[in-house]
Design a protein around this ligand. Structure first.
Ligand code: C2E
Ligand code: MG
Ligand code: MG
Ligand code: MG
Length: 284
């Protein structure tokens, strides 16, 4: 029997599983410390009116100033933050930081008060009612116009728990904030589902913006038609070339975002744009 117990115990301490658990514990501890020690920083990427190339707002994109690895992108740590639950406090920090930054820009230059702040929100932040309270609190604290805040959610999040998500979106809408569907076209939402959600903006994924010649515009055109049918504002993501810009503009997309206009940059860098917010953004 002792021998059997021994074998059973060994089976419980499966070395592969053991490594996974310690790795996750370690990763959570790393992220927790990063949050405690203020190692996260928000970058901001301009969003422009495609006709005038004038700034209409910025999207907040989080980075991690890792003490050893340097600047780490969100694709590396957001999935870990989601898996470990740390996305909830991290997400709160992101919302606070982004709304406070917008309030600062609005205060510094009244000519920027029409500019919006887009903030990415994870699925986990939608569970429970914390998000609505958090947004309410930071709007009250800063006095920012709720209309200037856009919360970006992904298409796959919409499909996870349709009724709960629709309810949450309605509560956010009631506060006056806008909602955008991010990376649109990469998920599997159907028209009839999309119609049920109170959203304001469709951001078409950069894979639809086309190749370097932007020759195949069929899908981008189809997504635009959908956006119009639902009376949504449309944003084309990942515009890198002049041809992609003029193609999306001529199709009729309202707004655009991409390396052609500006890469994500730190607040200090964006300060310069905010000082003169009506100049068209040049190609970079
Ligand atoms: P996203 O929300 O779709 O953000 C756009 C991503 O595309 C950003 O990558 C941006 O730097 C990149 N991008 C912008 N223009 C171009 C372009 O012209 N060409 C190319 N190739 N890429 C472009 P980033 O900053 O690495 O963020 C990746 C993703 O991580 C985001 O995709 C978003 O899903 C997530 N993420 C970023 N910040 C946050 C955050 O604060 N909270 C949450 N929950 N997720 C975030
Ligand atoms: Mg986004
Ligand atoms: Mg996107
Ligand atoms: Mg994306």
């Amino acid at each position: 029997a002792a021998k059997r117990d021994g074998r059973d115990r060994f089976a419980v301490f499966d070395p592969v599983m053991y490594t996974d658990i310690t790795r996750e514990t370690q990763q959570r501890a790393d992220l927790e410390r990063a949050l405690d020690e203020d190692q996260f920083v928000l970058y901001f990427q301009p969003i422009v009116d495609l006709t005038t190339r004038r700034l209409v707002g910025v999207e907040a994109l989080v980075r991690w100033h890792h003490p050893v690895d340097g600047l780490v992108g969100p694709d590396t740590f957001i999935p870990i933050a989601e898996a470990t639950g740390l996305i909830v406090p991290l997400g709160q920090w992101i919302i606070r930081q982004a709304v406070r930054q917008l309030a600062q820009w609005h205060r510094d230059n009244p000519a920027t008060t029409h500019l919006r702040m887009s903030i990415n929100v994870s699925g986990r932040q939608f569970q429970g009612s914390g998000l609505v309270e958090e947004v309410t609190a930071v709007l009250a604290e800063t006095g920012v116009d709720p209309n200037a805040i856009v919360l970006e959610i992904t298409e796959s999040m919409l499909m996870q728990d349709v009724d709960a998500t629709a309810l949450m979106l309605q509560e956010l809408r009631d506060l006056g904030v806008r909602v955008a569907v991010d990376d649109f076209g990469t998920g599997y939402s159907s028209l009839s589902y999309l119609k049920r959600f109170p959203v304001d903006i469709l951001k078409v994924d950069r894979s639809f913006v086309g190749g370097h010649n932007a020759d195949d515009t069929t899908l981008a055109d189809a997504v635009l038609g959908l956006g119009r049918a639902l009376q949504l504002q449309t944003v084309a993501e990942g515009i890198e070339t002049d041809t992609q810009w003029s193609t999306m503009r001529d199709l009729g997309y309202d707004y655009g975002q991409g390396y052609l206009f500006a890469r994500p940059a730190s607040a200090v860098h964006i300060d310069q744009l905010m000082a003169d917010p009506t100049s068209p953004l040049p190609s970079v």
